[in-house]
Design a protein around this ligand. Sequence first.
Ligand code: BGC
Length: 411
Amino acid sequence: MRKKFPENFYWGAATSSHQVEGGNVNDWSEWEKTNAKRLSEEAKKRWPDWQKEKFPEMFQEKNYISGRACDHYNLFEKDFEIAKSLGHNAHRFSIEWSRIEPEEGKFNEEAIEHYRQVIQSLKSRNIEPFVTLWHWTLPIWMRDLGGVKSKKFPKYFSRYVEKMAQVFGQDVKFWITLNEPNIYTGQSYVIGCWPPQKNNVVFYYQVIKNLIKAHKQSFNIIKNINPQAQVGIAQSYNFFEFLGGKIINKIVGKVVGYVWSLYFLDRTKKQQDFIGLNNYYRKTVGFKSKKTDNKFSNLSWEIFPEAIYHCLMDLKKYQKPIYITENGLADVEDKYRAEFIKSYLTNVQRAIQEGVDVRGYFYWSLLDNFEWDKGFWPRFGLVEVNYQTLERKIRPSAWEYKKIIENNSLD
Ligand code: BGC
């Protein structure tokens, strides 16, 4: 049977401002300055031997400084030309709040003009823009006011969103207010490995509460300005499998899975036109570990294609259109990427056949990029970036993905 995808399916890739643009001044770029040395030293104990051999750059301080990154801020035309040549008809990127509002209440016209050109550049190539408004970075002044944990966050964030909707509302149909509120809050406020490095479960609820409020307000603002707009979030939802067959594991699994992945969606479901799903791997949790012959990415994430099927089936209950806003793998040799894309899409297809309304797929990422506290060494791109010369080189898997796009099918 031919595995057709629905008509008008959106096919593309995703990026985020801080990871590709270069030249950003925000809470992350500041944090990198004071943490790069520590991170380069910690690489010794953080990664297994085979990764250390393959990626010697993880011991270098400069690996942990985003710096000019891919210089996508200046090279976006070139990058979108590549996306076009790869058959993409949609692209997800984020607007950098710290560029738009470098000082509290003062909007930077040049930055606005830049993103106007970015949007036009996509549209002129018939590539539909999916715009993320917040992919984790903050203007320095917002950080100094207490960041996302501050009671003032929803108000300031909504004001920035209002400005964006006013200037781009007629050109942009798809808006993603927040990227992965759960991952950000976990890493930044519970585990404490990302700025502002807090370690407190109570903070988790305060921050999530602020993000819920910020999303709801933003949703209303965008819809008021353009009722045709489609507004959602990108939710990280990975497949947790609890092992051991014990009933207690199953119960714990359900509770953890719910609080971690679905709480935010449940609290905001009236303010979601669609669900953006970011999906990468399976996590097995339990008293004994499961032996597996599956392959692992360079980040040791298990390649487990059925994961996406299970997650999509769980999301079916919301009865909303779903866009897969991220799915990808760190694979410097491009050894598994083509197979990864095909096998995950086979499972997306299966979910579609079982009634899930999936309308688009964005591979993470178009380009190799700055992978947060891990820096540049993990390579997720369909396109390889040489960080010395900024040269772009299309990886073979990108052409395999193009065939799927052209056929709109997995044959
Ligand atoms: C994030 C991206 C990140 C990717 C791979 C997602 O959680 O949204 O920014 O690069 O995962 O780790």
